[in-house]
Structure formats: structure tokens, C-alpha cells
Ligand binder design. Sequence first.
Ligand code: TYC
Length: 117
Amino acid sequence: MTLFAAMVEPVMSDGPNGPGNDTGILTKTKTRTQRPPLYKVMLLNDDYTPMEFVVHILERFFGLNHAQSFEIMLTVHKKGLAVVGVFSFEIAETKVAQVMDFARRHQHPLQCTMEKE
Ligand code: TYC
């Protein structure tokens, strides 16, 4: 598991002894909080997967209510694709795998992909 923690970055300055003669005196400490990269999970349209099946997937795996799920399904149907959620890498990977597996088990060609935000 990758850890994204706060990083302390010591910065040496050129001291009274001039550049390249660092005496090891710390003059500044920059603290940067690094955030993990986020990934968009997208559903792609196709001509065969039933609309109700897509709505069910959005409710089941993305915790959306029926109205939200229907709206996103219609966006995919009309525009060709839609972002259904934004997650850390591991969560996004799991959602994609769950959707692809569920669609395959029901013999629908539904495609779900992820992309770095
Ligand atoms: N286009 C499909 C139909 O008309 C519905 C559909 C919506 C399929 C969204 C996939 O991701 C999708 N039955």
C-alpha cells in the first residue's frame, strides 16, 4: 500500500561561508501535504445493455439513489459516456472490476473504465 503522508523538506541555505560551503545549518523547513491522485470511473454506452441494468449497477456499486442513477444512465445513453464517481486508485480499480464482472456474469457488453483525473 502506498502511503501519502506529509513530507518535511529541509532546505539548506548558503550560509556566511558562501555557496558550496554549507555548514549544515537549517534555515527553513517546508512542510507539504501531498494528496493521493484521484481517478474518474466512467461508464460507456453500448446498444445492448438494458437501461434498467445500468441503473441497477449505479445504485448497487456507486451508492446512488434511483433518480441519480437514472439521470447518469441517460447521460451515458445520450453522450456516449459519463463519469460516475471519483476515487483513489484502489477504490476505482475495485469499482471497475465489480462492474465488469457483474456485467459479464449477466452477459451484457457494458464497459467501465478509469482514468487519472
Ligand atoms: N444504450 C443502452 C440502451 O439503449 C442503455 C445504456 C446506457 C447502455 C448506459 C450502457 O452505460 C450504458 N439499451
